[in-house]
Structures are given as structure tokens and as C-alpha cells.
Design a protein around this ligand. Structure first.
Ligand code: ZN
Length: 253
């Protein structure tokens, strides 16, 4: 019997975006302010982060969208405040994908191994033109992470007992989700396969997808695999949350 893992949600600031970019063909012309989430997972043996937030707001404001971050919402301050961890305590980082708001502080973790799908790393090193402003190479190339500290994954893989990744491509080429055994069931940490729980529970893809067909298959896969979920930008969750995450609808497929 594998023991359940502990989970804590860490708020990494907020973006204000056009709502229709999160829900395909819905909410045109509306703005929404959304949090950026990273997730800490731990047991007696491992201290793990899923994603590491942004590096700074300034260039994001200029290049992409309004961005706000409080002083304690960078990942290094957040793990200290919420968990009493220092960066060197973290042994494992799993990047759902390499968009700038999911790997912004990878560079701060020198004792960690970094898990990513190889498809994502390759795409991020040579991004399609229309995705270029979401990838900032200095956040994941040699300037941030020693090449040999990466573990390149090829599909579904168990990282530790009770903790695995599964591919959920569509939003990006090699986007993956983390599935972890918790007290309240199988929790999926989704990155941006779902920006919001409504993507999963109303079966509406995120607008920003390399492949909408892959995205639809991935949302279905999430509904098959998970009981509860942490979507990458869901507003209806809170900093420091450890349970009561949004439930996955099981009656859709
Ligand atoms: Zn993304």
C-alpha cells in the first residue's frame, strides 16, 4: 500500500488576459484576472515542485499582458513561507511544459533533477513562430539548468511510487500532467491542458493550442485518470491550499 503524498498550492502572481484565450470560442471581449499556480508535493523522502512560476513581471507586461506579483509570490519566497524549504532542499522539479510562466525560476534550484517530456524540450528550443513569445530560452537552456540535470521523458512514466506523469499534449507539443495519490483521491496537476476546471468539466479546449484535436483527447484522458485537479490558472483555489481541489466530472464521456 503506497502512502498518500502531501500537496500544497503556491500562488505565483496574476495575469489579466482576454477570457476567450482560455475557453475556445467563448467570452469574446471579456477580460479575466487569473492566478498562476505552482504546486509543492512532498513525503518523508522527497520534496518536489510542479512548475516554478514566472521570472519577473516587467517583460511580461511589455510583451504579453498585465502581470502582478506580490513580494512573497516568487517560488523561492513561497516555499520558505509555506513550507520552510530552501531551494537546495528541493530534489525534483517537474515542468508540465516550458512556457515562461511554468519554468520561470527553474534556475534557482541547484540540487534538483528536472523532468520534462522530450517533445516539449525540443519544441521549446525551436518554437513555432506563433508560440515564440511564450518561450524564453534563458529560463530552461544552459543558462538556467545544466543539460545533464534534465530527465527527458517519453510518454507516461512513474517518477516515484504514487506519483507519475502522463502526456496531455495539445496546448503545447509536449505538455504533460502529474498524477499523484492523495488523501482525497487521484489528483492531476494539469499545467495548461486546462487553464480552468471548466475546460475539463465542460469539455471546452483552451484556445491557445498547437493542436485542438490533441487537446480534446487530452481533456478526455484527464477525466479518465483523475478524481480531483489543479488547473494551471484556476481562480477558484487559494494560496496555500492543501485539499478540496476542484472535482473532475466523471459523467461526460
Ligand atoms: Zn502554457
Amino acid at each position: 500500500m503506497i502512502n498518500a503524498w502531501n500537496v500544497k498550492l503556491l500562488k505565483m502572481g496574476e495575469l489579466t488576459v482576454e477570457y476567450s484565450t482560455l475557453m475556445y470560442r467563448q467570452h469574446f471581449g471579456e477580460k479575466i484576472t487569473i492566478p498562476m499556480w505552482a504546486t509543492a508535493i512532498w513525503n518523508d523522502e522527497h520534496k518536489i515542485l510542479v512548475d516554478t512560476g514566472i521570472d519577473e513581471c516587467e517583460w511580461i507586461r511589455e510583451a504579453l499582458s498585465p502581470c502582478e506579483r506580490e513580494d512573497d509570490q516568487d517560488i523561492v519566497s513561497a516555499i520558505k513561507k509555506h513550507l520552510g524549504w530552501n531551494p537546495e532542499d528541493v530534489d525534483t522539479i517537474i515542468n508540465t511544459h516550458l512556457h515562461h510562466d511554468h519554468c520561470g525560476e527553474n534556475r534557482s534550484f541547484h540540487n534538483a533533477r528536472f523532468y520534462v517530456q522530450e517533445d516539449e524540450y525540443r519544441a521549446a528550443m525551436n518554437p513555432y513562430a506563433h508560440t515564440k513569445n511564450l518561450y524564453k530560452k534563458e529560463l530552461y537552456d544552459e543558462r538556467a539548468v545544466d543539460y545533464f540535470d534534465w530527465v527527458f521523458l517519453h510518454g507516461e512514466e512513474e517518477i516515484y511510487p504514487g506519483l507519475k506523469v502522463f502526456p496531455t499534449p495539445g496546448h503545447s507539443a509536449g505538455q504533460q500532467s502529474v498524477l499523484v495519490k492523495t488523501e482525497e483521491g487521484k489528483l492531476a496537476i494539469l499545467g495548461d491542458v486546462a487553464n480552468l476546471s471548466a475546460n475539463v468539466n465542460e469539455n471546452v479546449p483552451v484556445t491557445f493550442a498547437l493542436s485542438l484535436v490533441d487537446e480534446m483527447e487530452s481533456l478526455k484522458r484527464v477525466r479518465e485518470m483523475a478524481d480531483v485537479m489543479i488547473p494551471g490558472h484556476e481562480p477558484d483555489m487559494y494560496d496555500g491550499q492543501t485539499s478540496g481541489f476542484p472535482k473532475v466530472r466523471k459523467d461526460l464521456d
